[in-house]
Design a protein around this ligand. Structure first.
Ligand code: 13P
Length: 346
């Protein structure tokens, strides 16, 4: 695969009016969310939920690509059609989470390193053969007293860059996701400092590992105050801090930045993304869009509750959030759009 082909895929992932839907929760994470919603935690309920998502009518109008998990990419609809075929037929690009999770980083209490490099070349070849066109790797950075450490930032940045280089070798577009977590009482300013340092280190490593920036997508956190920080900035203040941070740290060659939602409510995530696109439209060299999991899926999951009778209402809630985020990617989201959800669980 040539760099030009990678660029074409990356550009379609951040196409006008579209963004990514992360549905790649690992089995433990998916089970935790099911448990909270009162849904049995089995391979079949996970399959059935993912079938519900990818068969949502009209999803392809707003969603360019979906990120799958290893279990899901191998699954099929109840009628036997592989989910990858359902996705592709809907005009959506299939992608795959390839890291194997964040583990304790030795010598760094309270910090994590994302694993999964061993055997990655072979796994990427298999996923590509199964139809995946892009991949995702998530690093997590914690803000706390004296954290993050330089050791944690550098180890994660290097792993992200080695993963990205292997993806491009295999013809897959890497989504590079360094997530600075929202947990804690830190200020927006502290999140800004940490996010800037993390992004600079990541791009330094991407350069060192010879990753073609034109053929990748960055998936960062927004610059936010910690969840328990007493001062919570306005939507416009968050948008300004976030875009200023990425303007300084992300090279213009990158085709798109697709934010994670990180635990923000769906409405707030849409409003903040919208404000970025409204306020900086003419000043941004890259597309600014979404790659949300919770901020798209949460209402649908709560409505579904594992019951077939609720499937259509859950799909309406899902496509509603996809539509709101598509509008936000264009700078056309309005809070009044939120009144038009006509989905009710039975
Ligand atoms: P959230 O949008 O729920 O943060 O999930 C995005 C994601 O893909 C995390 O890796």
């Amino acid at each position: 695969m040539s760099t030009q082909e990678l660029i074409t895929i990356a550009q379609s992932m951040v196409a006008e009016g579209k963004g990514l839907l992360a549905m790649d929760e690992s089995t433990p994470t998916c089970n935790q969310r099911f448990e909270k919603a009162g849904i049995p935690q089995t391979k079949e309920t996970r399959r059935s939920y993912r079938e519900l998502i990818v068969t949502t009518p009209g999803l392809g109008e707003f969603i360019s690509g979906v990120i799958l998990y290893d279990e899901t990419i191998r699954q099929s609809k109840k009628d036997g059609t592989p989910l990858v075929k359902v996705i592709t037929d809907a005009g959506i690009i299939p992608g795959i989470k390839v890291d194997t999770g964040a583990k304790e980083l030795a010598g760094h209490p309270g910090e994590k390193i994302t694993e999964g490099l061993d055997g990655l070349r072979e796994r990427l070849a298999e996923y590509s053969q199964m139809g995946a066109r892009f991949a995702k790797w998530r690093a997590v950075i914690t803000i706390a007293d004296g954290l993050p450490s330089r050791g944690c930032i550098e180890a994660n940045a290097q792993a992200l860059a080695r993963y990205a280089a292997l993806c491009q070798e295999a013809g897959l577009v890497p989504i590079v996701e360094p997530e600075v977590l929202m947990d804690g009482a830190h200020t927006l300013e502290r999140c800004n400092e940490v996010t800037a340092e993390v992004l600079r280190t990541v791009f330094d490593q991407l350069y060192t590992q010879r990753v073609a920036l034109e053929g990748m997508i960055l998936k960062p956190n927004m610059v936010l105050p910690g969840l328990t920080c007493p001062k919570q900035e306005s939507v416009d203040e968050v948008a300004d801090a976030t875009v200023r941070c990425v303007l300084r740290a992300v090279p213009a060659a990158v085709p798109g930045i697709a934010f994670l939602s990180g635990g923000q409510s769906g409405e707030l995530a849409s409003a903040r993304l919208n404000a970025m696109n409204v306020r900086f439209k003419t000043r941004m060299p890259w597309a600014l869009t979404f790659s949300f999991s919770r901020a798209i899926q949460q209402p649908a999951l709560e409505i579904w509750k594992g019951r077939q009778a609720n499937a259509a209402a859950a799909q309406q809630a899902l496509v509603h959030r996809a539509r709101c985020n598509s509008a936000a990617r264009l700078g056309r989201y309005r809070t009044e759009m939120e009144n038009n959800v006509d989905s009710q669980a039975s």
